[in-house]
Design a protein. Structure first.
Length: 726
């Protein structure tokens, strides 16, 4: 095998694994729905199709361990479909374990390494699957030879006729036509095969990379027509397949003959081939006054079925043609390239302004508008519905509820809210910890819920929506809520806070995210070691996000995660503080005003409060905050920012207006700097720092709270004497 062949096979194998993971997801989702609605035949069929697709494509590549085990699960599903076995919780649990085993086997395919423990599990779990059918042996599939899955002589099946015409590009696309034919032996027996040589060119015109395989097959099997046709789903674009059942009408055979032979000579050859396979043209029917209504009905029914199947195939093909799979690294490269284009466009605009050329400024503005559209389009390509991430937790909630002995339902809303794909995998782990924490600590056992007047089934809810230029994800439960007094006492006991500390309710709830913090009386397999919640906060903050906690005793708790829409590019608002440029997201800017008198009265302060039309808000002087001297002799400004929950004023030296911002990460030596999300390049080539708004707002409120505590301590140390006679 040369290098090109290896590369083609590697790409095809990767495609198979991607498809198999999608099929596993569908398989699991269908089983979970079946558990709550055992009479849902559509999801039973969906689970069967997913298992069958995995088995079929694995067989094409020779992944025998996957084929052998998946066949066991498929056989149990077939028993459910036929009514021989009823859907029950133990059966669903067994099939879900089988799904996990399929995933382990696929992982062995991905790594190329075999684990004896995985093979042993396949054996033991396969025995459980057979035992679930009353001890009946499933038709055995030997990995070495892929022995027949059904014996037509014992099953009463007949001889099917398969007519296959592989496209000329089949080999170039990494397909092995022989593997599809070999795979048929897992469903029955290929008793006769005939190669049609008419399609093969002469030797001097033969292209060794082109495929000219055309075969007629007599296939004895008890399998259904859809099952046989699914064998060739993987090569649907490179193979013309016709499947005629044992009882096919002669009219259908004649139609196939017309489709396959365009001349009298080829028609005669093909007829001879079919005759060798046992087909005989029936005697001419007697002429009758009236047409045979039974035959007419059968012909009409067959035609209708064929038309319906053809429409289904065409619809699936049209649906698939709407999507194109693109490698994630290629998409990232496109985003990076457009980011550089944004910077170059800013430089062109700056040069046009310097030259004071109206034509150049107009052209630069037009380019800037187009670049902005390209930027938005490219970023939209990387946005995916968060509902796909939420769906993964159906299985987690189901398994944990069984493990903890609790009844819990998962409710998902806002699943169509889109999130940057680069955030999806990072956010999955924090969500997992929050789910486990809610189910273990939050939701009470059924008896306790009923005693408290609650429904016996607990409710865990996922919700997502957009707000103020951010994505908000909420994980809530209707459990017992957080005990603030207990949390504070535990934190004091572990010396995480001072005994005389005055903390707000929000600050107390934030203590659960400290490393090693836990209020659990005993350690369980689910939680209690104080590991996890600190990871939640750290991962969310790495995405420039924040997490807040709200709770009502006896009624439940809500964990709210707020994330930026994207990590790559934003519409920014450019400011100047001293001689340093700072950018903040335009979406959080509420208004810009002159610096209020309250801020000017104490120019040495890093922070304080000001009155905004009757509302007292904290402010942060960015120059003092970053240790720079404010620009003298220039009127300063205050920007009111709003992150959806808090409003804070930021004092800056100059307002420079909107700016398309490409966020670049800071080098490691700058990671210690406070409240910075990254950097960007201006059109002039200068570097601007991108503010982390969550960090800035947290710093403003933290400084303000510290000043208030200091004021209370000063007042306690120097009490004002009461006037005489008071």
């Amino acid at each position: 095998m040369n290098h090109d062949d290896e590369e083609i096979l590697a790409v095809a194998r990767a495609g198979f694994l991607d498809e198999a993971i999608d099929m596993l997801r569908q398989f699991e989702q269908a089983l979970l729905i079946m558990e709550s609605d055992p009479r849902d035949a559509e999801n039973l069929n969906a689970a069967f199709r997913a298992a069958h697709t995995i088995k079929g494509t694995a067989g094409l590549f020779g992944f025998d361990a996957v084929v052998h085990f998946t066949h066991e699960a498929e056989t149990l599903l077939e028993s459910l479909r036929s009514g021989q076995l009823s859907v029950s919780e133990p059966v669903i649990a067994l099939l879900l374990r089988s799904r996990d085993q399929m995933e382990h086997l696929l992982e062995e395919v991905r790594t190329g390494e075999s684990d004896p423990a995985v093979a042993a599990t396949s054996q033991s779990l396969g025995a459980e699957l057979r035992a679930a059918m009353g001890g009946a042996e499933a038709p055995e599939l030997l990995p070495e030879a892929l022995a027949h899955a059904a014996d037509p002589a014992m099953s009463g099946g007949g001889a099917w006729h398969l007519s296959l015409r592989f496209g000329s590009d089949a080999l170039r696309n990494g397909l092995d036509p022989l593997s599809f034919i070999r795979y048929l032996d897992t469903l029955g027996q290929v008793s006769q095969i005939d190669l049609c040589s008419d399609a093969i060119p002469l030797l001097d015109a033969l292209d060794p990379e082109s495929c000219h395989i055309a075969v007629e097959i007599r296939f004895e099997s008890a399998a259904s027509k859809p099952t046989i046709e699914q064998v060739f789903d993987f090569c649907a674009d490179d193979c013309d397949v016709a499947v005629l059942p044992p009882d096919a009408l002669w009219a259908d055979r004649t139609a196939l003959l017309q489709r396959r032979a365009d001349t009298d000579a080829t028609r005669a050859k093909l007829t001879a081939v079919w005759q060798r396979m046992g087909w005989r043209e029936p005697d001419a029917p007697p002429v009758t006054a009236e047409p045979d209504s039974t035959a007419a009905t059968a012909t009409s029914s067959a035609t209708t079925t064929a038309q319906r199947e053809r429409r289904n195939v065409e619809r699936r093909a049209a649906e698939e043609s709407r999507f194109v799979k693109v490698r994630a690294d290629k998409l990232d490269s496109l985003i990076d390239l457009i980011g550089e284009l944004v910077i170059a466009s800013s430089g062109a605009q700056l040069a046009a302004h310097i030259e004071q050329s109206a034509a150049m400024m107009e052209a630069a503005q037009r380019i800037s508008d187009l670049v902005e559209e390209a930027r938005d389009g490219a970023l939209a390509l990387r946005m995916v519905p968060i509902g796909d991430t939420f769906a993964r937790f159906q299985r987690v909630v189901r398994d944990l509820s069984k493990q903890l002995g609790k009844e819990v339902e998962l409710v998902v809303t806002g699943g169509d809210t889109e999130l940057d794909k680069s955030m999806v995998e990072t956010i999955a782990d924090p969500l997992m910890h929050l789910v486990r924490n809610s189910m273990d600590h939050g939701i009470e056992p059924t008896e306790a819920r009923l005693a408290a007047g609650k429904p016996g089934v607990g409710r865990l809810a996922f919700n997502a929506y957009q707000e103020s230029g951010s994505i908000v994800i909420e994980v809530s439960d209707d459990g017992k809520g957080l005990d603030g007094a207990r949390i504070l006492a535990k934190a004091i006991e572990r010396r995480l806070v001072e005994p005389d500390a005055h903390l707000s309710e929000e600050d107390v709830y934030q203590l659960i995210f400290l490393p090693g913090f836990s209020t659990a009386e005993q350690v369980t397999n689910v939680s209690g070691r104080g590991v996890g919640m600190d990871v939640v906060k750290r991962n969310i903050e790495s995405l420039r996000g924040q997490i807040r906690v709200a709770s009502q005793p006896g009624r439940g708790a809500t964990m709210q995660i707020r994330l930026p829409l994207t990590l790559a590019m934003i519409d920014g608002f450019l400011t100047l503080v001293g001689d340093v440029h700072y950018v903040l997201p335009l979406s959080v800017v509420s208004e810009c005003i002159d610096v209020p008198a309250e801020c000017q009265d104490h120019p040495e302060r890093v922070c304080g409060t000001f009155d905004l039309r009757g509302e007292v808000l904290p402010y942060l002087d960015l120059a003092r905050f970053y240790g720079a001297a404010p620009t003298q002799g220039r009127r300063r400004s205050l920007i009111v920012v709003n992150n959806g929950q808090l409003r804070v004023g930021l004092v800056v030296d100059r307002l420079l207006g909107e700016h398309q911002t490409v966020i670049k990460p800071l080098a490691g030596i700058f990671r210690h700097l406070k409240a910075l999300a990254g950097s960007t390049i201006l059109g002039s080539g200068a570097v601007a720092l991108v503010l982390d708004m969550q960090g800035v707002i947290a710093a403003a409120t933290r400084h303000h709270s510290a000043q208030q505590r200091q004021g209370r301590r000063d007042a306690a140390a120097n009490p004002t004497p009461h006037p005489a006679g008071a």
